[in-house]
Structures are given as C-alpha cells and as structure tokens.
Design a binder for this molecule. Structure first.
Ligand code: GLC
Length: 427
C-alpha cells in the first residue's frame, strides 16, 4: 500500500474537472476529445456532485437536450467546431440541429440520475430536475428495446464497436471481419496525433469503423432499418448490464417520484434482461461472454465486458464467480481490473481496451461487488485505482502490469471516479 493524501488527490481531481468544463458540458480531455461524450458525461456528473450539485445536473441535462426525436441519445454531441477530431460532423452527416454522431453509448444515465437524486443536499431542486429527466431516460430505454432488440429477446445489440464504449476490444475482432473496407472515403486520423499510435486501434480497424458510419449514413440514420442492415450486431453483456441496472434504478426513482407506469415498465425491462443474460454465462471463463447476433454464437473472448454484469442484479453464484475471476486476474496483473484477461494471448497491456485498466469500469465493477457483499475484492479494486492515480496521475487508462499512464492526460471521467472512490472510502 502506498501513502495517499486523500485531500490533495480530491483537490487535484476537482481541478481536472474544472479545467475540462465548457460551461454546460465537460470534454473528456483537451486535444484528443474536444466534444461531449455520452457516458463520460453521466459518470462525470457523479464526480461533480461532490463539489457543485447544480453543475452535476446540468451535465446530464445538456446531453439530453440533444436526444433524437426517436429517443436515441447520441454518443457525441459536437457543440462547437473543432478539426481536432475524426470522424467529425460531416462524416456522420446526421442532420441534427446541433451536430451529433448517429450511434449511442452505454446507457448509464438512469443509474447516475438515481445516485444524484439520492445524495442530493438540495432535495427540492433534485426532485424537480429528476422529474424532468425521467421521461427522457425512459424514452431512451424504450428506444433500445424497440430498435436494438427487434425480436424481443430481452437483450439489445450494439451495431458499432464504439457504442460499447470499449472501442477496440478483442470481443469485436471476429464479427468485425464481416465489415468490409471497400469504398471507405479517404481520411486522416486525428487520434494518433494526440496519443501514441501503438496504444490506439489499428488502421484496419479504423477503416471498418468508418465503413459502418458511411453505411448507416447511407440509410439516413433511420433506426428502424439499421439493426437488420448491419453486418455487425453484437450482444455485449457489459452494455446490457448497464442498461439493466439503469432500468432498475430508473424504476426505483420513478416509484419515489410517483410515476407508477414508468416504474413498472422499467422494472419489466430489467427483469426480462436479467433472465436473458443467463444464456451468456460461461462457466469455463467464470464470466459472461458476448454473443454474435448474426451467427447466434457466443464469442470466446474473456474481456471486461463479461465482468461488468456484476453491476446489475445477476444471480449471486455468477457474481461470486466473477469475484473469483477478478482475484485470479489480480495474481497476474499488478493493477486491476484489466480490460482483457491477461491469460489470453490476445491481451495487450497498453492497447486501449485490449488489456489496460480503466477507472470507469473499475467503479462499476466495485459497486456491483459491494452490493453482493464481496467487499474485499471491491476494496482491492478501489485501492488499485487510487494507487494508479498516485503513481501515474489522471490518465485515460493504465498499463495493468506496470501502472504506466496511457492515452490522454488530465482525463475527466478518471478524475470523477476518483472523487467517487474517495467518498466510498469515507462511508
Ligand atoms: C473512447 C472510449 C470511450 C469514451 C471516449 C471519450 O472512445 O473508448 O469509452 O467514451 O473515448 O472518453
């Protein structure tokens, strides 16, 4: 264990959040990500709530101000012009009044808003703002089940790896091979100008990311068509667990606010999702696996996407196995939780979501483990996260073998999670 000065770390984290604050939304980091990102903002709001409650609500409200008429909440809102990011608004071509991307991201808003509401010091304000967000989050959840689960399986599919929030995970490799690269318009990547190319997705992956964007743009971003027209349809257990948790949390919130119908609908979504998740369990790996919806087969890839389901109310024996899996990984990696199992030859310690540890996933996993009483493992994750901060600062992600900081620096959601962890340590 290393010496931490929690008050200094707290102040430093607040500083990072303030310096990335654009007024009504926060950019993930300067340079690499100059706009508003969906799940970054929802998790960032939790951090902001520790020093500016009003501002925390605004972060999520701004995101929902850009919700699509069909209910989707886009993964990026391009509030201001910047040529520092590719693919920018013209490549997406979504035709929204304020430009947005055309895909979504892990729906963590229901969870975040419930947390904001519960911890609110200003109860009246929280009630008013939660009430206004409630139907919007519900519309997003409804959108998921009608457009991403068209055959009513109980689980939703992602149609682009970026939707998962785990952009270049090993999980997508096989299904991604079905995505062609012909006809991709010439482009210049900007991410590799801000971060080490060896830590970023490869050129071939990038071509496929862009092919999918062009394909969906060619269908005018009509969500009634995209699912069946996509060669990439993957059921990600981590993504679904976040949605399930958000549905359950939104149901609780709706109940406290006297919205019985919304509560019942979200409760039913969570229950159907939990029942369907069982089919993704792998006893061999001691975690859940993704499913390729095009072939119907499970994807043999032990990524953090299959550990994240502990964030939802999965069966207790599965949660306990996941705790053991994290412990096993802790014997192989100095810092947990790696985004891919270090025992798998496809693990890459520094490449984005193919091995590095991220504080946001740590936060959700620790929260879930705590809920089922696995406090020792949860504490270990929190400790590991704070050690990374002391050793390497507020990086985007970290090499789990050495703790080396990778990707962008002074990263917003990393700082937000630190504030949450420090609060957890106190409670
Ligand atoms: C990367 C991450 C994604 C995140 C975004 C902004 O694309 O994979 O999860 O939302 O950066 O931080």
């Amino acid at each position: 264990m290393i010496a931490l000065d929690p008050s200094k770390i707290f102040d430093h984290a607040v500083e990072v959040l303030k310096e990335n604050d654009q007024g009504g939304y926060t950019i993930p980091t300067k340079g690499l990500y100059p706009f508003q990102w969906n799940w970054d903002s929802c998790l960032t709001a939790l951090g902001q709530s520790h020093f500016d409650e009003q501002r925390a609500w605004t972060e999520i409200e701004t995101l929902f101000d850009h919700q699509w008429p069909d209910g989707m909440v886009p993964h990026i809102v391009f509030h201001v012009y910047s040529d520092g990011y590719f693919p920018g608004p013209n490549v997406w071509g979504t035709g929204r009044p304020v430009a947005t991307s055309g895909i979504t991201q892990p729906p963590v808003a229901g969870f975040a808003v419930r947390r904001l509401y519960e911890r609110a010091r200003d109860r009246q304000m929280a009630e008013k703002r939660a009430k206004a967000l409630l139907p919007k989050i519900d519309a997003w959840h409804r959108w998921f089940y009608s457009h991403r689960d068209p055959r009513g399986e109980g689980l939703v599919a992602i149609l682009h790896p970026w939707e998962s929030g785990r952009d270049n995970s090993v999980d997508w490799d096989q299904a991604f091979e079905r995505v062609p690269t012909d006809g991709v318009e010439p482009y210049t990547r900007r991410d590799t100008q801000h971060a080490d190319p060896a830590h970023r997705p490869t050129k071939e992956q990038y071509d496929r990311y862009i092919w999918l964007v062009q394909h969906f743009r060619g269908l005018n971003w009509d969500n009634a068509k995209l699912h069946d027209a996509s060669p990439f349809q993957v059921v990600d257990p981590g993504f679904n667990a976040i949605l399930i948790r958000s549905c359950a949390d939104l149901a609780d919130l709706a109940e406290s606010l006297g919205e019985a119908r919304l509560a019942a609908e979200n409760r039913a979504r969570a229950e159907a999702g939990l029942a369907a998740m069982n089919a993704l369990w792998s006893g061999t790996h001691g975690q859940y696996l993704c499913k390729d919806r095009v072939t119907g087969a499970l994807i043999d890839s032990a990524s953090i996407g299959g550990i994240l389901p502990v964030f939802a109310a999965v069966p207790e024996d599965h949660a306990r196995s996941i705790a053991l899996t994290v412990e096993r990984q802790a014997a192989a990696a100095k810092f947990i939780v790696p985004s891919h199992d270090p025992a798998d030859p496809r693990f890459e310690a520094k490449r984005y979501w193919r091995g590095p540890a991220w504080l946001v996933t740590n936060y959700m996993i620790a929260d879930g483990l705590r809920r089922v009483g696995e406090t020792a493992v949860a504490d270990r994750i929190v400790q590991s996260s704070l050690e990374l901060i002391s050793q390497s600062g507020f990086a985007e992600y970290y090499d789990p073998l050495t703790g080396e900081p990778c990707g962008g620096h002074r990263f917003t959601w990393t700082a937000a999670m630190v504030l949450e962890f420090l609060r957890l340590m106190k409670s």
